[in-house]
Design a binder for this molecule. Sequence first.
Ligand SMILES: Nc1ncnc2c1ncn2[C@@H]1O[C@H](COP(=O)(O)OP(=O)(O)O)[C@@H](O)[C@H]1O
Ligand SMILES: [Mg+2]
Length: 297
Amino acid sequence: MPGRTDSRRIHTPIELGLTLHNETAGFMTTRANTSPRCIVVKLGGSLITRDTGTGPWIETGLVIDLARELSALNRPLVVVHGTGAFGKPPAERYAYLHGHLSAERRGVVAEVTAHLAGYESLLLEHLLDGGLYPYRISTAALMRGTSAGCRLADAEPARQLLRHGVTAVVGGGFVTTSTGFRVCSSDDVASDLAHAVQADCLIFATRAGGVYRAFGTDSRVYDEVDGDYLLGPKSHDDAERDVSGGMVAKVRAGLRASERGIATFVVDGRIPGNLGATLSGRPLSGTRIRSRSGERG
Ligand SMILES: Nc1ncnc2c1ncn2[C@@H]1O[C@H](COP(=O)(O)OP(=O)(O)O)[C@@H](O)[C@H]1O
Ligand SMILES: [Mg+2]
């Protein structure tokens, strides 16, 4: 990808060593503001990870570049991220693509959560390298599984971190339900958190130009979609078959935020400068999710 540096294979944090941070620069940039509204940016798993057949990789250069871009925006920030190439193979291997696990399967939950922790740790390092002050919040502490999906349980830790000038980071992962566990889509986390922290903008950065008019056959993206998009014919790409739900679920989660007055976009995360352009209302490549009842302008 032009303008982006290369990716690297997963290493343990000990192999990599920790990068020390320049505390003054970040602190001053957050404090100099007169309390601007928060933004929530979801980095899609398909965007920031890949599987080349030899195991999962993080798109290191891309993540650091995105973090630099986000840090330059100088806004209170929540980063939500997918698990992508790290999350899907275990879901296939242990057959929970449908998203539910009974309490008896706690061994699977524990093992996969430990596996994901290595990925999550590397992501935090890359966000640090890009100039952010990331702090991870446990998905299970934040969200609960219900019969209708996963919903926010307690957003106060995220609000508190934002007040302290810290970037709250949350990933997709397992959350508890009354009978066991459920896989929580990071699109749902992003949508619910955006509302809870009173964000004025929610950006789903993904590995696509935006919402394509016809996936696989028409690569033009819609400038805007509303709830009617969910009624039309859909593609049946791989992503739709797993619990994350692919583009359809993303639009659905986006509509929930949009109905609550939040300017919501699905944008191409591969394009340098696209996050900033989106924040000013004009993505270089992307689609606005607009509800009829919610946000205006
Ligand atoms: N209409 C569409 N527009 C864009 N992408 C689509 C569409 N329909 C299906 N897709 C697929 O959905 C993917 C985005 O969903 P997903 O892989 O879950 O992204 P993320 O990792 O960002 O959550 C695209 O990369 C593409 O493969
Ligand atoms: Mg997804």
